[in-house]
Design a protein around this ligand. Structure first.
Ligand SMILES: C[S@@+](CC[C@H](N)C(=O)[O-])C[C@H]1O[C@@H](n2cnc3c(N)ncnc32)[C@H](O)[C@@H]1O
Length: 551
């Protein structure tokens, strides 16, 4: 499929079919990692436009004395939010800042995550013949970053926790970050110092600025396609340590926002900042974001182009960090959705995958299921930009996919799952096993589709009431239809292996295709796209017979 108008070319040329494991050295890499000097070029250009006053400030900060580390507080990881990612800048940068960031596990061979060979062996061992690996962009790939703000106003630390601690390492020129994130972090650091903003002190619970989230949009249609990525603009979300904007320290928040907007907004010499949001958070726990969000500057909606559709992501919605690689995954995923499918997208977030599949015009219906109710608005906005007459009914349901998952599987011929790193809930695995093993006949007896009017279960009623419906097309869901295809997207290799084994050992599903994507160069994480097909009863019997015969 060629990229839709206005979309960056699919980065498929970097897709490689991985050769079966061999004891000899792998062929030399063809990808060139850009030299750190080249990487810093856009940043240097950016700063050429910053006012002299800021540059002087920057210079002073860069040569400030080494900071003191704080002792790690008790574990601050919140179960429902991803922990702050830990990455290590390249050696040159680590040595300038005098400390190490544990974010990256390796600094060379970024096109080969250490786990890759194990992944290739695993799929080969399971009879997958078409395994491919897309290495993608190796630097400046991260378009979304959550960073802790610690230290002092004179010497703020904006970065990631050192492994196993809550000591923050400053990462001023992280090679993984999109250059606009690094430039925005630099500007923020200057604002903190100039305005005497107090970074958060985890032990005392004091201070003003706790975290910052930076999300880049590379979708600016007023510039040529090939310039859009590098000229991305940043949505800055400041996590402020107060209950709301009426708190006593809110005046300083206003000053900081004015500073950022004056020096990085549309009227500055270098328009870097797309918009500014505040999030208010006073919890003593490790939850990064509070419930109160305020949009304060710039455009409210951050649009990006994913899988051929315009997607608006609020800062509170889940968003993929590697925009380009995610696009190439969506491109591949679309090929595995048969024409005429009825699709359920579990763990859907703002529905990016579901909407992109719906836009392919191959589906009769797409149902998205997501636990975070704050993603609803993003879904509605994105859905409003879908082309007309898709011939597909699209719904988004705010509910816990692990509660009676069979209800969501019923009526769908394709199920897409994209769970958090820890993998599928046991209840989802069990439902997938049962529906594939024809035990769905038991479900059929109490089919909720057959008895919509009699539905009593409160969570299903709530999810139905709150559902968002797009397109007038109503597709009659059939209680005879159960998933034949399972598309599993995973960012957690260990949990994927476990889930995969459960699915195939029950003889319910057969693993047919698998692809890996270098979503997180520099780390040992890898993104997997795996396609399973339901084993038909006839197929199972045939296999059993063949086995007996062989004996
Ligand atoms: C890895 S993200 C994928 C989001 C989406 N597919 C995307 O690419 O933008 C996992 C999503 O699962 C959601 N989630 C976590 N637990 C869930 C549950 N029990 N039921 C439904 N959704 C859940 C999270 O809120 C998050 O949006």
């Amino acid at each position: 499929m060629s990229p839709p108008a206005g979309l960056l070319p699919w980065p498929s040329p970097s897709t490689t079919r991985l050769a079966p494991p061999t004891p000899t050295r792998p062929p030399p890499r063809t990808t060139r990692v850009r030299s750190p000097r080249l990487l810093l070029l856009p940043l240097t250009l950016a700063f050429a436009f910053l006012p002299l006053r800021l540059l002087r400030r920057h210079h002073r900060l860069a040569s400030s004395p080494p900071r003191q580390n704080q002792p790690p507080p008790p574990s601050l990881c919140h179960p429902s939010l991803p922990p702050l990612r830990l990455r290590r800048p390249p050696a040159s940068i680590a040595s300038t800042s005098g400390s190490t960031c544990s974010g990256c596990t390796h600094e060379v061979d970024l096109d080969k995550p250490p786990v890759l060979q194990e992944v290739a062996n695993f799929f080969k061992g399971h009879g997958v013949g078409d395994f491919t690996f897309s290495r993608g962009r190796l630097s400046q790939w991260r378009c979304r970053a959550k960073l802790a703000v610690r230290g002092t106003p004179e010497n703020p630390l904006i970065g990631l926790y050192q492994e196993g601690t809550h000591v923050v390492t400053d990462i001023p020129e992280c090679r993984a970050h999109h250059p606009s994130i690094n430039a925005a972090v630099k500007l923020l650091r200057q604002g903190i110092s100039e305005l005497n903003i107090q970074p958060f002190d985890e032990d005392a619970g004091t201070g003003e600025l706790r975290y910052v989230q930076m999300a880049v949009t590379t979708y600016n249609t007023s510039i040529p396609v090939d310039k859009r990525y590098e000229q991305g603009r940043v949505q800055v979300s400041l996590v402020w340590n107060s209950r709301d904007e009426r708190s006593t320290n809110a005046e300083k928040l206003t000053l900081l926002i004015e500073f950022l907007w004056r020096n990085g907004g549309p009227k500055s010499n270098f328009h870097l900042i797309h918009s500014i949001w505040a999030n208010f958070q006073t919890s003593a726990s490790n939850i990064i974001f509070g419930h109160k969000w305020r949009h304060l500057k710039g455009e409210r909606d951050l649009w990006e182009r994913y899988g051929g559709v315009d997607i608006s992501l609020d800062p509170c919605s889940f968003g993929q960090a590697n925009t380009l690689s995610f696009n190439s995954l969506l491109h591949k995923l679309n090929k595995y959705v048969p024409r005429g499918s009825t699709v359920v997208d579990l763990y859907s977030g703002a529905g990016v995958i579901g909407l992109s599949v719906a836009a392919s015009r191959k589906c009769r219906s797409v149902k998205c299921v997501e636990i975070n109710k704050q993603s609803k608005m993003s879904f509605e906005k994105s859905a409003s930009r879908l082309p007309a007459n898709l011939g597909c009914s699209i719904t988004w349901h705010n509910t816990d996919a692990s509660v009676e998952p069979a209800h969501w599987l019923e009526g769908s011929s394709v199920v897409i799952v994209d769970p958090p790193r820890k993998g599928l809930h046991p209840s989802v695995i069990s439902a997938l096993q049962k529906v594939a093993l024809s035990e769905h006949k038991a479900y059929k007896a109490k089919s909720s589709l057959a008895k919509v009017k009699d539905e009593k279960r409160p969570w299903i009623l709530r999810a139905r009431e709150a559902a968002v419906h797009v397109d007038d097309t109503t597709t009659e869901e059939s209680s005879e239809t159960w998933p034949e295809t399972l598309i599993y997207i995973s960012c957690g290799w260990e949990s994927f292996k476990k889930d995969c084994k459960s699915l195939i050992s029950s003889k319910a599903w057969q693993l047919e295709n698998a692809h890996a994507f270098n979503f997180f160069p520099g780390t040992d994480s890898i993104e997997i796209l795996a396609i399973f097909k339901r084993e038909s009863e006839a197929g199972r019997k045939k296999k059993k017979k063949a086995k007996k015969k062989a004996k």
